[in-house]
Design a protein around this ligand. Structure first.
Ligand SMILES: [Cu+2]
Length: 201
């Protein structure tokens, strides 16, 4: 009887641990992310990919550019608010709302930068309070202000852009489904254990 009880507590402990691990990873997988494609502006030929991911302390923005015109050149880039890429291409750009880390062109024309924007969520960034876009600029020339945009991507808006639902999300199953599974497992084991206990008592 004593050994049985010890065995049961070990099994319980293991299941509890498994539930916590499964539940934890489920929450981590609940992270949302969207991937955007930057397309050339002003015949620059420069394109790229931006991945925005919800992280613990904000939103991580990973920018990977290609076909940059000149190695070693620094390209400032920002999230602009209150307009679209089309506006920028028409010469009516919107103000910078969030500066991002500068992209430096490599020898092969690629360039990357990662920025974590603090105290914001993806939900908020994709909110419909204003249009937003990511804009990468041409080489900064001395005495000139912010150089023209050469590559741009509009941030999708949750409520107005129906394709948002179709954007790839890093989460597989919804976190709730993954949390339910260990709980069901725990409940099943508990009742099975109680049955064993009753039979052996
Ligand atoms: Cu800008």
């Amino acid at each position: 009887m004593f050994r049985l009880k010890r065995m049961i507590s070990i099994v319980f402990g293991a299941i509890l641990l498994a539930s916590l691990v499964l539940g934890g990873s489920a929450l981590a997988k609940g992270e949302k992310s969207v991937q955007l494609h930057l397309t050339p502006s002003r015949d620059s030929g420069v394109s790229g990919k931006a991945t925005l991911t919800d992280v613990e302390d904000g939103v991580k923005v990973e920018l990977h550019m290609q076909d940059l015109p000149e190695a070693g050149v620094k390209h400032i880039n920002h999230i602009h608010g209150g307009g679209t890429c089309a506006d920028d291409r028409d010469g009516r750009t919107a103000p910078v709302t969030i500066p991002l880390n500068t992209v430096v062109a490599d020898d092969d024309g690629t360039g990357s930068a990662t920025t974590t924007i603090k105290d914001v969520t993806l939900e908020k960034l994709l909110g419909d309070d204003q249009h937003r876009f990511i804009l990468l600029h041409a080489k900064v020339k001395e005495g000139q202000g912010v150089p023209p945009g050469i590559s741009c991507a509009d941030l999708p808006q949750k409520s107005t852009n129906t394709t948002f639902e179709n954007l790839p999300s890093s989460g597989g199953m919804p976190p709730t489904a993954l949390l339910v599974f260990p709980l069901v497992l725990l409940a099943a084991t508990t009742s099975a254990t109680l049955m064993v206990l009753r039979r052996s008592a």
